[in-house]
Design a protein around this ligand. Structure first.
Ligand SMILES: [Fe+2]
Ligand SMILES: [Fe+2]
Length: 178
């Protein structure tokens, strides 16, 4: 992550960062799309639409940064496409509180992930770091909205939260490489 041109390991590390962030925002956009498909006529629709629009912005930014950094996108985008939508729609089918429990779990893991990247970047790549910091703040906003909207009242909240967090951490570990 130094500015040395042709520094292979730094290029690879940045490429991995952009790949996992792009895949994560791609998956997040699909989760919110899945929620919207089920809850578009509910009292939650405006809240979910607001978060979905921010995820589309996050995704658009990494769509722009992937070629700028000559990074390779995840080869598993078709998987994130299906899995993200299924997670969003599946939890929404269990009810509004379950949808919010999904949001809280996902955004907890994404915010942790962005915090780790900011620590790893330190003073390097200030423009990228600023983007990640802004997105992290918005993920935390989504997390807080989920809690305000009754996530913890969802059936089997503790179990659902643990399963979704484990799945998200696994997806992050995979998308760093593939
Ligand atoms: Fe996001
Ligand atoms: Fe988010």
């Amino acid at each position: 992550m130094s500015t040395l041109p042709g520094d292979r390991s730094d290029h690879d590390a940045l490429g991995s960062m952009l790949r996992v962030n792009h895949a994560g925002e791609y998956g997040a956009a699909r989760i919110y799309a899945g929620q919207m498909a089920i809850l578009k006529d509910s009292s939650m629709s405006e809240t979910i639409r607001h978060m979905a629009e921010q995820e589309e912005h996050h995704l658009a930014e990494f769509n722009r940064l992937i070629p700028e950094y000559k990074a390779r996108p995840s080869a598993l985008l078709p998987l994130w496409h299906v899995a993200g939508w299924a997670l969003g729609a599946g939890t929404a089918l269990l009810g509004k509180q379950a949808a919010m429990a999904c949001t809280v779990a996902v955004e907890t893991v994404i915010a942790e992930h962005y915090q780790e990247q900011l620590a790893a970047l330190g003073e390097r790549e200030p423009s990228l770091a600023a983007t990640i910091a802004q997105f992290r703040a918005e993920e935390l906003e989504h997390h807080d909205i989920g809690l305000e909207q009754g996530a913890e009242l969802a059936p089997a909240y503790g179990l659902m939260s643990a399963v979704i967090k484990t799945g998200c951490r696994a997806a992050i570990a995979i998308a760093k490489r593939v």
